[in-house]
Design a protein around this ligand. Structure first.
Ligand SMILES: [Mg+2]
Length: 122
């Protein structure tokens, strides 16, 4: 069975790009456009990794991550943050929300795939 990645991203162009890259690598991909939808899906299904945009309408990616980490069965679920913030202090704040790693936009295909493979392999 393919690993299943949940992509939380409100920009449809970014979702499409990320899905295309990941499906090409053989992953199954589900996209949602908000943190609220992400939390709702996590109640019903299991995923192997989450790609989390930080800047979302409604609750932020940081807050979604904090809430996920409060759920015992999801404490070890790999979460990779995607952010356009290059500022060090903001990156520290994102990492302290409980994400495993942080990728900066624009998305680099090779970098994205390498980091995902580090957490779940192919
Ligand atoms: Mg966004």
């Amino acid at each position: 069975m393919n690993a299943h990645i949940l992509v939380v991203e409100d920009n449809p162009d970014n979702s499409k790009l990320v899905s295309w890259i990941l499906e090409d690598e053989g992953y199954d991909v589900t996209c949602v456009e908000s943190g609220e939808r992400c939390l709702a899906l996590l109640e019903k299904a299991d995923y192997d990794l989450i790609l989390m945009d930080i800047s979302l309408p409604g609750i932020s990616g940081k807050e979604v991550t904090r809430r996920i980490r409060q759920i015992p069965r999801l404490q070890k679920l790999p979460i990779l943050a995607l952010t356009a913030h290059a500022i060090e202090a903001e990156q520290q704040s994102i990492l302290s929300s409980g994400v495993d790693d942080l990728l900066t936009k624009p998305i680099n295909d090779d970098q994205l795939v390498k980091v995902i493979q580090r957490y779940i392999g192919t």
